[in-house]
Design a protein around this ligand. Structure first.
Ligand SMILES: Cc1cc2nc3c(=O)[nH]c(=O)nc-3n(C[C@H](O)[C@H](O)[C@H](O)COP(=O)(O)OP(=O)(O)OC[C@H]3O[C@@H](n4cnc5c(N)ncnc54)[C@H](O)[C@@H]3O)c2cc1C
Length: 219
């Protein structure tokens, strides 16, 4: 079991038994998270901005416009903090105090860099589309030179990071177990609903097979 060495910043304080620095655990949560939130400092004003991401090996990749403030700040070498959260359930305890959520989350501290190599950039941009819906990159028109020039690709290392996981039922105070208040967990998951065809799509174009596969896997 490979782990990242905890640092003073990534040492869990409250409920530390829910913490993990195991690399596989960190990677699994980051891969399942549909988005991450990127925390940056802009003139001493913290800003936390959501963005789409792809993990490859021990790094996260973000892409966006060269005019994007968050990416420009990251590209300038400012320290940042990235978080990912999966919400697995609502935990309804007998007491209001012990209500909680089941979750898997990751916090990463680090400094980003820009990916400029054209081949690497093209490969990672393809990976970002594949993460959305596997198979889509072979169908969609590939970015042209102008689009590539207008796209900033950022690499954020996963070397100083922690995970935290809560699972299971409510944990109530001993005396509350005698009460007749309903308690338990409401599991939550994200599902894909039926696709809505673009109004401008000719009727002759069928739903792609890779999309049908995706829908089956995300019901
Ligand atoms: C969906 C969700 C809902 C939550 N709701 C609540 C809530 O309502 N009330 C509440 O008190 N807590 C909540 N938490 C837990 C919260 O994220 C922190 O774990 C909690 O604030 C502990 O803070 P601390 O002072 O012990 O640690 P801090 O000093 O804030 O953190 C120390 C270090 O521990 C690590 N760490 C702390 N929290 C996490 C985490 N969640 N994931 C990964 N690494 C972490 C980081 O490396 C951090 O730098 C929630 C978490 C999630 C994912």
């Amino acid at each position: 079991m490979a782990v990242l060495a905890p640092t003073p910043r990534t040492t869990l304080k409250r409920a530390p038994t829910r913490g993990s620095h195991e690399i596989d655990t960190l990677h699994r949560i980051l891969d399942l998270a549909p988005i991450v939130h990127v925390g940056i400092n802009v003139h001493a004003q913290p800003a936390i901005i959501p963005t789409f991401h792809l993990r490859i090996g021990d790094a996260l990749y973000f892409h966006g416009s060269t005019a994007n403030r968050m990416f420009r700040v990251l590209a300038s070498g400012e320290p940042a903090c990235v978080t990912a959260s999966l919400i697995d359930g609502l935990v309804l305890a007998r007491s209001a105090f012990h209500h909680s959520m089941n979750y898997r989350s990751v916090v990463i501290y680090g400094t980003a860099e820009t990916v400029n190599d054209a081949t690497e950039k093209a490969k990672i941009l393809t990976g970002l589309i594949e993460k959305l819906v596997p198979g889509r990159s072979k169908d969609a028109r590939a970015p042209n030179e102008t689009e590539l020039k207008r796209t900033l690709l950022i690499r954020f290392p996963i070397v100083e990071a922690s995970a935290k996981i809560r699972s299971g039922g409510p944990i109530d105070d001993e005396e509350d177990y005698e009460s007749d208040i309903w308690a338990g967990v409401v599991p939550l998951k994200t599902v894909a609903l039926s696709p809505i065809r673009d109004d401008l799509l000719p009727d002759s174009i069928p739903q792609p097979e890779y999309l049908s596969r995706y829908l089956k896997e995300h019901q």
